[in-house]
Design a protein around this ligand. Structure first.
Ligand SMILES: *[C@@H]1O[C@H](CO)[C@@H](O)[C@H](O)[C@H]1NC(C)=O
Ligand SMILES: *[C@@H]1O[C@H](CO)[C@@H](O)[C@H](O)[C@H]1NC(C)=O
Ligand SMILES: *[C@@H]1O[C@H](CO)[C@@H](O)[C@H](O)[C@H]1NC(C)=O
Ligand SMILES: CC(=O)N[C@H]1CO[C@H](CO)[C@@H](O)[C@@H]1O
Length: 634
């Protein structure tokens, strides 16, 4: 949270150094936390046929039953491998079902955006629909070709390679890129709230994120291939903009050399040391950049002066970067900035630019031995872009369509019941003394919950006047850029006038939940509380087993600290350690067939630890789902 720069990533390529999964230790701890959650959504298939409290006859319920019946594989013995018994035919497993739900939600947004409706002129809804339609109008985008992009380049001072270069000052082009295009080629500048609140936010300056991480420490052969692919891509961009091949080649080569050298200056976070300096001091330390004018352009309407303090995360990088820039000829710096910008704008360009970028990312994935990312259909890309730019409007539309008061009330009730049962359960946790127990109960009692969408997004004024900067006419690229500016302005405004309702890290139509330590709040977006995970018309057992498990999971994050080594000095540490060790062994003993993932553990861990499960399925003693000993943590 807090960053206001989100450069458009190369499709499917993770940010440099990004991690896709938490380290194994954390996963294990999460599993342990969940050690005694009693239910899991895969139980539902069974619950349906048997012990639902009321007959499943409503259409939503019948739909769900069909869903589970289609997923299960009844030729597997439940006492042996319940995960396969309940989900064996779900082609890509449980993770895929979350992805499917997310796509379903986007499909709902698509239907809303495409439905014939007349929105008040100038309203957020009208602007969002216009933007979406213009994104879908590929005929117009193709017909315009590189024309709109050439205009943008002219505004940036032109490009020697494909037209006139008006010899703009380097600093002027950079300030425009940062302020008008949200593009930061040499460093990243973003805002964070002031550490002691109430004060204005603090500008942070860190290392940039690169499209293609050209770090030489990779195997020399792979590095050379990456450079080759990247060069081919930049040459293609130059050709699409009408540059002469030899000239393009020269400028593209130098741009890659700049990127590669900047990448050598990058250091891992643990080697960086944040420090506060004034803009004037920074100017002395890294003189190649006109910091005051560039930062002013990026953070208007904040008003900056040379004595403004900024937090610098890696001064060494900035020094080396500045030194490098001073050695370059101005026209090559201009080319480097233009080529980078064109790459970052590809979502808004015609199919030739998009194809070039897609091919680059596919080749890089192969080189990095990562599985390919399937291409998303156009409508989904357009829904994603519209959602990013018009989040409050789409949030309100989604909530109106899919998370009305009745659904919200039912979800809140579910949460309250789980909270009550957790509080009751804390009385029986034997490794807590009375003091710890009271603290734990207090933690749970104070825990806040937010569901659906952030409150501020649903305020009606926002829908009518939320996007003053957004332009409705002109090419798709121009609209896209006006949205980039509007989003930037909205985020800066959000920092300058902090709302009592904090922003969320997830979209309201997304399916990811989280616990915010700073606000002691758990967040459940409306997108998650949907069929097949939740519906007020489902049998209670289903809602408890699916959405309820996820709620309980987030609730238990409040105790994360307690379970870390040394995290609870007042606890009966030997008893706690014994319980944790027991769970560790319990999980270690679960056989993991080839090709199955943590999900298999997530199902078998808690269920085989539950006597009621074995009793219900009459599992023979010693079967995988009825082990000879069990553990109790909670
Ligand atoms: C169902 O389970 C059986 C027994 O393990 C297995 O042979 C079969 O391939 C499974 N069917 C499907 C569709 O996965
Ligand atoms: C370059 O500038 C000249 C004179 O200012 C103008 O006639 C010409 O059209 C420009 N070329 C491009 C490609 O913009
Ligand atoms: C950018 O501005 C700074 C400060 O005025 C100046 O020192 C630097 O030379 C300029 N950079 C370039 C490449 O012109
Ligand atoms: C990677 C790299 O070239 N780092 C250099 C950055 O600048 C310092 C001097 O300020 C050099 O010592 C580093 O080698």
């Amino acid at each position: 949270m807090g960053s206001i720069q989100e450069g458009p990533p190369l499709e499917g390529l993770p940010p440099a150094g990004g991690r896709r999964w938490p380290p194994a230790g954390r996963v294990l701890l999460t599993l342990l936390l969940l050690g005694l959650l009693l239910s899991f959504s895969v139980l539902l298939g069974y619950i349906f046929g048997n012990c639902g409290p009321r007959p499943c006859t409503s259409p939503v319920c019948l739909d769900l039953a069909a869903h589970y019946l289609a997923w299960g594989n009844s030729s597997v013995a439940p006492c042996h491998d319940f995960s396969s018994f309940a989900c064996g035919k779900a082609a890509r497993g449980i993770i895929h079902s979350f992805q499917a739900l997310e796509e379903e939600n986007k499909g709902r947004l698509r239907r809303i955006l495409e439905a014939p409706a007349s929105w008040p002129p100038g309203s957020g809804e009208e602007k969002a629909v216009h933007f979406y339609n213009s994104c879908m109008d590929t005929a117009a985008i193709e017909a315009a070709g590189a024309g709109p992009l050439r205009q943008v380049i002219e505004q940036l001072g032109g490009w020697q390679v494909s037209g006139n270069w008006t010899a703009f000052d380097f600093n002027r082009t950079l300030a425009l890129l940062m302020g008008q295009y949200d593009y930061f080629p040499f460093f990243r500048a973003y805002l964070q709230p002031h550490p002691t609140s109430s004060q204005p936010p603090v500008i942070q300056i860190g290392q940039p994120e690169f499209d293609v991480p050209l770090k030489q420490e990779k195997e020399q052969k792979i590095y050379a291939q990456m450079v080759r692919e990247y060069l081919a891509y930049l040459n293609q961009l130059g050709a699409l903009l009408g540059g002469a091949p030899a000239k393009v080649q020269e400028h593209a080569g130098l741009s890659i050399s700049i990127t590669s050298q900047l990448c050598q200056f990058l250091r891992p976070p643990e080697q960086q040391r944040a420090q506060v300096v004034t803009i004037a001091q920074l100017q002395e330390m890294a003189p190649a950049i006109d910091w005051l004018s560039c930062l002013q352009a990026a953070f208007t309407p904040m008003s900056l002066n040379p004595s403004q303090p900024v937090t610098v995360h890696d001064l060494e990088y900035l020094r080396n970067m500045s030194h490098l820039l001073r050695m370059q000829r101005r026209e090559f710096l201009q080319s480097h900035m233009i080529l980078g910008l064109v790459g970052s704008l590809s979502p808004a360009l015609d199919s030739k630019f998009q194809k070039a970028r897609r091919e680059l990312s596919q080749k890089l994935w192969v080189l990095m031995e990562r599985p390919p990312v399937p291409q998303r259909p156009r409508w989904m890309k357009c829904v994603d872009e519209t959602g990013a730019f018009f989040e409050p409007t789409l949030a309100a539309l989604f909530i109106r369509d899919a998370f009305g008061p009745r659904v919200q009330r039912a979800a809140m009730d579910l949460f309250a019941s789980i909270k009550d049962s957790l509080l009751a359960r804390l009385h029986r946790v034997y490794w807590m003394n009375e003091e710890v127990r009271r603290e734990a109960q207090d933690q749970v009692t104070r825990l806040q919950v937010k569901m659906g969408a952030p409150e501020w997004m649903l305020e009606p004024e926002l829908a009518t006047q939320g996007y003053p900067e957004v332009q409705v006419g002109g090419s798709f690229l121009l609209r896209f850029l006006s949205c980039v500016r509007a989003l930037r302005a909205r985020k800066i405004r959000g920092f300058l006038q902090p709302s009592p309702h904090p922003s969320w890290r997830v979209y309201p139509w997304g399916v990811n939940t989280y616990y915010s330590l700073t606000h002691h709040t758990v967040i459940f977006p409306a997108g998650l509380l949907q069929p097949p995970l939740f519906h007020p018309g489902y049998p209670r057992a289903v809602n408890f087993g699916a959405a309820g498990t996820i709620m309980a999971h987030e609730m238990l994050h409040t105790f994360y600290q307690l379970l870390l080594p040394g995290g609870c000095t007042a606890c009966d540490t030997p008893a706690l350690e014994k319980a944790l060790l027991c769970l560790e062994r319990h999980y270690a003993a679960i056989p993991l067939p080839r090709g199955v993932s943590f999900n298999h553990l997530r199902v078998h861990g808690p269920l085989s630890n539950t006597r009621a499960f074995a009793r219900h399925f009459s599992c023979p003693w010693g079967a995988p789902m009825n082990p000879s000993s069990r553990c109790q943590l909670w």
